[in-house]
Write a protein that binds this ligand. Structure first.
Ligand SMILES: NC(=O)c1ccc[n+]([C@@H]2O[C@H](COP(=O)([O-])OP(=O)(O)OC[C@H]3O[C@@H](n4cnc5c(N)ncnc54)[C@H](O)[C@@H]3O)[C@@H](O)[C@H]2O)c1
Length: 246
């Protein structure tokens, strides 16, 4: 019989986060979507029939009080999906402003670290053998000109995944990442419409010749978080249609 878990999805009001929340909810889990965008967090929660919370993952005090409140209401968090990220700020090495790189790293690296640390502390204190899934990117392993700031942050997320995995294994807590190539969220679809030269050029880099659907990414997160992945920890699983092979 499936166990119902309390699952927290950061950035749960965004394109991938919403699909991840929907997948866990469909399994019967108690899902909390946490996002810094208050209106979209509440709209998403309402639309999916899950719970919504306002949370900025770069605000340590808000994380501590937010996690306590979730735990008080729904019991210990068993699954954390570190999905919130900043992926729209880009620039070449010669041009990217230092302040922009700082903002990328603050959300994608510091935010993911703080969420992992504060959630893992609570898992350890409650004796919960939980699971953490981070949203990385194959960009952390394969460069695309103009995207190096973002890609550096995702390489750090992969390192953070391995760091957390090796230190939390003695507590029975597993930590993995999903590393997509381009994913068909509303933002990506609007920026690269089907048939556009930019979209066709990128699809040409992908052996499976298409972008990932949000459901492809959600399925990988669900798998890594669950009992069928019980002996998998510290990995970053590409969901990229084979792009890393090229
Ligand atoms: N879309 C892609 O092609 C793609 C590819 C590889 C990896 N990813 C990763 O997947 C994750 C989700 O991406 P997406 O495409 O759904 O992005 P999105 O912009 O649609 O959603 C991101 C969500 O995170 C929230 N967020 C941003 N900063 C936050 C903060 N400080 N605190 C709380 N919430 C915050 C935003 O409000 C938004 O709802 C990101 O980590 C991204 O880097 C996306």
């Amino acid at each position: 019989m499936k166990r119902t878990r309390t699952v927290l999805v950061t950035g749960g009001a965004g394109g991938i986060g919403r699909a991840v929340a929907r997948a866990f909810a469909a399994r019967g889990d108690t899902v909390v979507v946490a996002d810094r965008d208050a209106q979209r967090a509440m709209d998403t929660a309402h639309g999916l029939g899950v719970h919504g919370r306002i949370l900025d993952i770069t605000d340590e005090e808000a994380i501590a009080s937010g996690l306590d409140a979730v735990q008080d209401e729904f019991g210990p968090i068993e699954v954390l999906v570190n999905n919130a990220g900043l992926l729209t700020v880009h620039g070449t090495l010669l041009e990217l402003a230092g302040g922009d790189l700082d903002a990328i790293l603050r959300t994608n690296v510091l935010g993911t670290f703080l969420m992992t640390q504060h959630t893992a502390r609570r898992m350890v204190a409650s004796g919960v053998a939980g699971s953490i899934v981070n949203l990385s990117s194959i960009g952390g392993r394969q460069p695309t000109p103009g995207m190096g700031g973002y890609e550096s942050s995702k390489a750090a997320v992969d390192a953070l995944t391995r760091w957390a995995a090796i230190e939390l294994a003695p507590h029975g807590i597993r930590v993995n990442a999903v590393a997509p190539g381009p994913v068909l969220t509303e933002t990506v679809s609007a920026g690269m419409p089907e048939g556009s030269p930019q979209r066709r050029a990128w699809e040409g880099r992908i052996p499976m010749q298409r972008f990932a659907r949000v459901e492809d990414v959600a399925a990988a997160a669900l798998f890594l978080a669950g009992d069928t992945a019980a002996h998998i920890t510290g990995t970053s699983l590409p969901v990229d249609g084979g792009q890393l092979l090229t």
